[in-house]
Design a protein around this ligand. Structure first.
Ligand code: SF4
Ligand code: SF4
Length: 674
């Protein structure tokens, strides 16, 4: 088409006539009209930056070292999380790229008319101008399609339950659609009046101009109509731009900033911060306060992140605590915090009833909300930090106090004595397991974990694994009675100090056996050893038993079960989402009759036992574990295979409450039971 145009050498060069249809002096008047809108916008930006922490926020926003460019590419430019859902993905990409291209188009007009013109330079002409027109129409059309789809999702036929009806959102979408439509109408009128030979490059505007021509729209009427719509269009654009810092429109910028942070590199994970190291605290520091009870106590990025929430409800849809009827909804939580950020950041959130203890402690720390949030907001972070604040003020439920007391006195969550542990170690040694003192050259240190040490049912898992390892000639040893809790339950309920006491205790013992790989069947022990002890200055090599079983099966030392039973695998949140261990258990079970549930892999659904929830009860309508068992039954499974002691305890208990009988086994037991 371009060649055809170039061939028509006698025809005038295509050129953009910026204000040609408007009365003389419009370009000056428009600046006068624009001034109050820009002032409102700048004041709004000032308010936002002030609410994020003023100078601290500016320092943060200008610290480009915090940006992770691969996160920027994945989460912002490619919208990876959004496109997982085809409808919303297309809708969002269409609106986003439509806006960007239309903005660049308008910017080019501004540069040409208000800067280059004074140097006698014309940019929007010739082939460049024709491509410009073509692209603007293409992306303008996409923009409109995206908006129609968005309105349909909010209030139309395909309305999503998870999207709350809010006048603000509807008004913004309607405003944007109005801008898109009036933009095309203006183009149609302009082409009708100017009747240029290149008009088909603006294919949408050309179709509209043809329509106007067909209905007999007079050119003189078109001219005055153009001028009226031009002003309405411009005023709507100015109003929406001015409203950006005050409305949810700001999410376009904040979500991009938040989703580009290095800290969101691994979606689905949340590693609590280490606000102090016990070993470095002096006596006067012992009262150190952590967490937050007021919005003002959050960091600039934490404030900015909650302000980027669009209330899309994806986190709520994924949240097992919401599904089971607890008072927790991650989207509600973030929206409440967002409102407080704008309204009253100094208010005590607990005293004002904005945050509730049951709500904060209902979270299983499963990470589903973090994984699903397209803006890379981490509701889990706000819950753990709120727990830390409750702990530091001593405002705790009796069950949690008991858990922490047990951890403090007996160094295990059960509160059981060393004698119990001695008996268990004897029992395991009778199966052939040696302690590290007896077998210091062992390759693996098999970390039993409190559940296997103190719960008879979970001990069967340890026994199965020990038998498998002995049969396959794996070089391993156990620690013996020196083993104490890793501190995971303390850290998850918000007791950082107690966690570190236990962690330092373990690290002292582990120092005696350097170069050992820790083997554990507990994803919580695995995660804390691998990812969280690091903040205390130690890197540990850790392997989960699903990884070991996969290696044994792959090497041919262990045969996958062959009894033909219909199995389904419940991915543990702390393995799948936190540590991306998804293929290994499936490799171990290769050749079995493995059925997948609706929620699996990174999309797994929590059993309800994580985040310390195993150790206390928050009222629920239907337990997460029961919902999960129902899903396994729906998948047609006879055996639900798990890879975590908490999952085993929770799901086995839930299985008793269902009519369809389904067995729950740890993956090691599946090999043993074959
Ligand atoms: S936190 Fe994220 S997923 Fe949840 S409502 Fe807000 S934007 Fe959506
Ligand atoms: S971590 Fe899991 S339980 Fe906690 S709010 Fe997020 S989705 Fe809900």
């Amino acid at each position: 088409m371009l060649c055809v145009v170039e061939a028509l050498v006698d025809l005038p060069t295509p050129i953009r006539d910026n204000y040609g249809l408007m009365p003389a002096g419009t370009e000056l008047v428009i600046y006068l009209v624009l001034t109050p809108f820009v002032s409102v916008f700048i004041y709004g930006v000032y308010l936002r930056i002030k609410s994020y922490g003023g100078i601290d926020a500016i320092k943060f926003l200008t610290n480009f070292r915090m940006i992770d460019y691969s996160s920027f590419l994945r989460n912002v430019l490619l919208q990876i999380k959004m496109v997982k859902e085809l409808y919303s993905g297309f809708m969002h990409v269409a609106i986003m790229y439509g806006t960007i291209v239309l903005f660049i188009g308008t910017l080019l007009i501004f540069i040409e008319h208000d800067i280059l013109r004074f140097f006698g330079i014309k940019m929007l002409m010739g082939n460049f101008y024709l491509i410009y027109e073509l692209l603007l129409d293409l992306f303008g059309l996409l923009f409109i399609i995206g908006l129609v789809l968005a309105i349909n999702r909010r209030i139309g036929f395909s309305r999503l339950k998870r999207l709350r009806k809010k006048n603000e959102y509807t008004a913004i979408l309607a405003g944007l659609l109005f801008i898109g439509l009036t933009g095309f109408i203006l183009e149609g009128l302009r082409l009708l009046i100017s009747d240029v030979y290149w008009s088909k490059f603006s294919f949408v505007g050309w179709l509209i101009s043809e329509f106007f021509r067909d209905v007999g729209f007079e050119k003189s009427l078109a001219h005055s109509t153009y001028q009226i719509i031009w002003w309405i269009h411009a005023l709507t654009v100015f109003s929406l731009v001015a409203s950006i810092p005050y409305t949810t429109l700001i999410h376009s910028f904040l979500a991009a900033i938040n989703a580009s942070q290095a800290r969101v590199k691994e979606p689905g994970t949340y590693l609590p911060t280490t606000p102090f190291r016990l070993t470095e605290l002096s006596d006067t520091d012992l009262e150190v306060k952590i967490g937050y009870k007021r919005i003002a106590e959050l960091s600039p990025i934490q404030k900015l992140a909650i302000d980027s929430c669009t209330d899309c409800g994806r986190c709520e849809e994924a949240c097992p605590a919401t599904a089971s009827g607890t008072p927790l909804s991650p989207s509600n939580l973030i929206q409440k915090l967002r409102l407080e950020l704008r309204r009253s950041p100094l208010e005590n959130l607990f005293e004002a009833g904005i945050l509730g203890m049951n709500e904060v402690y209902a979270c299983t720390t499963c990470g589903a909300c973090v994984y699903s949030c397209p803006a890379s907001i981490n509701p889990l972070e706000y819950l753990i930090e709120a727990r830390r604040s409750l702990v530091s003020e001593g405002k705790l439920e009796r069950q949690i106090i008991r858990l922490l007391t047990n951890l403090s006195r007996m160094k295990n969550p059960f509160g059981l004595s060393r004698v119990t542990k001695e008996n268990v170690i004897k029992e395991l040694r009778s199966l052939g397991a040696k302690t590290l003192d007896e077998y210091p050259e062992a390759e693996y240190l098999y970390w039993l974990g409190c559940m296997a040490l103190f719960d008879e049912r979970i001990r069967k898992v340890a026994k199965s694994l020990i038998k498998i390892m002995i049969k396959c000639g794996v070089s391993f040893a156990i620690l013996g009675t020196d083993e104490v809790c890793t501190g995971d339950p303390a850290r998850r309920v918000g007791e950082e100090g107690r966690y570190q006491e236990l962690a330092y205790h373990n690290l002292e013992i582990l120092k005696r056996f350097p170069n050992k790989t820790i083997l554990t069947h507990c994803p919580h022990c695995y995660n804390i050893f691998k990812n969280e002890y690091r903040d205390l200055g130690v890197e540990l090599r850790v392997i989960h038993h699903t990884e070991l079983l996969a290696m044994l099966v792959t090497s041919g030392k262990l045969k996958p079960p062959t009894n033909g039973a219909k199995l389904t695998l419940h991915d543990s949140c702390y393995l799948a989402r936190y540590n991306k261990i998804i293929n290994e258990p499936r490799t171990a079970l290769s050749g079995t009759n493995l059925l997948e549930m609706k929620h699996h892999g990174m999309d797994t659904f929590c059993c309800g036992g994580g985040g310390g929830n195993y150790w206390y009860k928050v009222k629920r309508i239907e337990r997460e574990s029961v919902l999960r068992i129902k899903e396994a039954i729906q998948a047609g499974a006879e055996v639900l295979v798990v890879e975590c002691p908490y999952c085993l305890a929770m799901l086995e208990d839930a299985a008793k409450s269902t009519e369809n009988k389904i067995r729950v086994l740890d993956i090691a037991e599946v090999f043993e039971n074959d």
